[in-house]
Design a protein around this ligand. Structure first.
Ligand code: AKG
Ligand code: FE2
Length: 257
C-alpha cells in the first residue's frame, strides 16, 4: 500500500522519478523523503513530473471568486494554514474528512501530489486508506450501506465541473472510488442526500477504517504521491502557532507507468 523512499540528499529530479516509477506499480502511496529541505519544491518536483508523466493545470485559488470559479490555470496550489481565508479546508487547521480529489472532475489524472514546505510539531499528518480496506470495512460493518453504494450514482459538482459516478465500482477487480462529502451536487435527489450522510457518518465512525488508516506526516522537503481514485485520503487536524505554519504545495499528476 505505502512505500517510503529515502533518497540521497543530492538526488536529482531524474533519480527521484526513477524511484517513483519503480514503486508505482505495486503501491498506492509513495512517500519521498531524504531530499534537502530548503530546495525549491515546485522547481524540483515539477521537473520530476515531466519524467514520470505530466502535471495537469487544475489548481484552484480560494481567494478568487466563489467555489464555482476558482480555477487558476496553474499546476500548483497552496494548502497553507491561513485563518484570513475562510471556508476552505486548504487554509484551515481542521481535520479533513476522507475524500478523493477528482470527485467532481471528469477525466481527472491518476495521481495526487503534496510537497511540504512547513509542518507544525503537533498533528497535520495526511491520512490514507486503501480502497480494499474501505470495501472490507463496509462489507463487515455496514453491508446494507455497501449494497446501496454500489447501486446508486452520486453526482459531484464544483468549479463548473460535474461528475456522476458511484462511490465505489470495480475495474479489473480493483476498487475505484469517487467521493467528497462537500462536493456532492446539492440538487441531487433525497436518496443521494441520505446516502451522502450515511457514508460520511460511516467513514467518520467505523472502527475498521480508523484501524487501517495510515498516516504520512511530511517534513519540509518531503512529498507524497498517491493513486487518487484507488484510495481515500484526508488529514489530521493540527495546532497552528502562526500563519503558514503548515504549508504544502499541491498538484495533480498523470503518471505514465
Ligand atoms: O492537507 C492535507 O494533508 C491534505 C489536503 C487535501 O487532501 C486537499 O487539499 O485536497
Ligand atoms: Fe485532497
Amino acid at each position: 500500500m505505502l512505500k517510503s523512499v529515502i533518497l540521497p540528499e543530492a538526488a536529482s529530479a531524474d533519480d527521484c522519478a526513477r524511484a517513483v516509477l519503480e514503486a508505482w506499480p505495486d503501491n498506492l502511496v509513495v512517500h519521498l523523503a531524504g531530499l534537502k529541505p530548503e530546495q525549491d519544491l515546485r522547481e524540483f518536483y515539477g521537473a520530476m513530473f515531466d519524467k514520470i508523466g505530466h502535471a495537469e493545470p487544475l489548481a484552484e485559488d480560494a481567494t478568487v471568486g466563489d467555489r464555482n470559479s476558482q480555477r487558476t490555470g496553474e499546476v500548483w496550489m497552496q494548502v497553507r494554514y491561513d485563518p484570513a481565508i475562510p471556508d476552505a479546508y486548504r487554509h484551515s487547521a481542521n481535520p479533513q474528512p476522507l475524500h478523493t480529489d477528482g470527485s467532481y472532475i471528469p477525466g481527472f489524472p491518476n495521481a495526487g501530489f503534496l510537497a511540504c514546505k512547513a509542518m507544525p510539531k503537533s498533528g497535520g499528518a495526511t491520512t490514507f486508506i486503501a480502497g480494499k480496506d474501505v470495501v472490507a470495512a463496509l462489507q463487515s460493518e455496514a453491508p446494507d450501506l455497501y449494497d446501496r453504494l454500489l447501486a446508486v450514482d452520486i453526482p459531484h459538482a464544483r468549479s463548473g465541473d460535474r461528475r456522476v459516478a458511484p462511490f465505489l465500482r470495480f475495474e479489473d477487480g480493483e476498487p475505484v472510488l469517487n467521493w467528497n462529502y462537500y462536493c456532492v451536487d446539492t440538487e441531487a435527489d433525497a436518496e443521494v442526500q441520505s446516502l451522502r450522510q450515511a457514508l460520511f457518518d460511516f467513514l467518520d465512525s467505523s472502527p475498521m477504517i480508523a484501524e487501517r488508516l495510515q498516516r504520512v506526516k511530511l517534513s519540509p522537503g518531503e512529498a507524497v504521491l498517491w493513486k487518487d481514485d484507488r484510495l481515500l485520503h484526508g488529514r489530521d487536524g493540527f495546532d497552528p502557532e502562526i500563519v503558514s505554519d503548515r504549508f504544502l504545495w499541491k498538484a495533480q499528476v498523470q503518471v505514465e507507468a
